[in-house]
Write a protein that binds this ligand. Structure first.
Ligand code: FES
Length: 272
């Protein structure tokens, strides 16, 4: 995958994938569809869709699967978030390789643009927004703050997704987004024992990256993929059974952590 400018050579049939982080409500999803519609008007663009690198649908993985059309000359990924984490390009590259292995076959070449802050047109855009500030909505001071109550459903289970540096470089953001989408779709908060999900900093076994941990058992899962998360949701969160193929088994003996092949669904153990 190359980092590229978005100039279209004549005769190109490109797909454009606009990537933002998260959106929960219908309105931002519609706004992203509108912006994708504008991208579709650009010369050489056969199709444009928006997607979410964290929570929201379609996810980056789902959108790429939708665009796996050999008649396209390329797929151009346009990250619309600022600032872009230095690890973004690394995890996107690794995740795409993993997804291509998951769906083998002919893929169009995939490119990724520079971040929008580096565009020649960013400065005029910024000026335009600042000059239009007078016509934007004023934020009125709140006269008094009324404390709102919280309703917490009974939740026995907790999933921590590691977003430490090693796990981030292995695509933890995309996996976090996938887990949150599954949690929403399967109503995991209130189904079965009830599952709460959260991000965590380094959970310890970095060599297993990407890592997540399921409580109350405290089971570590390593080499996690989207399919692994689907399986963990079905079998562990809803069924109470640890998914051995991805679980780190504490043996009580000193051992080296397993090295996980990028495209393998079953981690290999290298116990000493
Ligand atoms: S960075 Fe994820 S376990 Fe250390």
């Amino acid at each position: 995958m190359r980092t590229t400018d978005i100039e279209a050579p004549v005769g190109e049939r490109r797909a454009v994938l606009l990537v933002v982080k998260s959106a929960f409500a219908a309105a931002p999803h519609q706004e992203m569809q509108r912006i994708a519609g504008l991208a579709e008007l650009r010369p050489g663009v056969a199709k444009a869709i928006s997607c979410f690198s964290e929570q929201g649908t379609p996810s980056l993985r789902e959108a790429l699967f939708e665009l796996r059309d050999p008649s396209l000359s390329s797929i151009v990924i346009v990250p619309l978030a600022l600032p872009l984490e230095p690890s973004f390009l690394r995890w996107v590259t690794k995740s795409i390789r993993r997804w291509q292995a998951e769906r083998p076959g002919e893929w169009p070449p995939i490119h990724i643009t520079r971040d929008i802050g580096q565009s020649l047109h960013f400065e005029p855009l910024l000026s335009n927004l600042i000059e239009g500030a007078a016509s934007s909505l004023p934020i009125a001071p709140t006269p008094s703050l009324v404390a709102e109550g919280s309703l917490v459903p009974p939740q026995k289970r907790r999933v921590l997704v590691c977003t430490g540096p090693t796990c981030n470089a292995e695509g933890a953001d995309a996996l976090w987004g996938h887990l949150r989408n599954v949690q929403e779709r399967r109503k995991l908060r209130a189904t079965g024992d009830g599952t709460m999900t959260a991000k965590a900093t380094c959970l310890g076994p970095c060599n297993l990256a990407p890592v997540l941990q399921v409580f109350p058992e405290g089971t570590y899962y390593g080499g996690v993929t989207e399919r692994a998360i689907d399986q963990i949701a079905d079998e562990h969160l809803l069924g109470g059974r640890v998914v051995d193929a991805f679980a780190y088994q504490p043996t009580g003996r000193k051992q080296r952590l397993r090295i996980v092949a990028q495209t393998s669904s079953t981690p290999k153990e290298t116990e000493t």
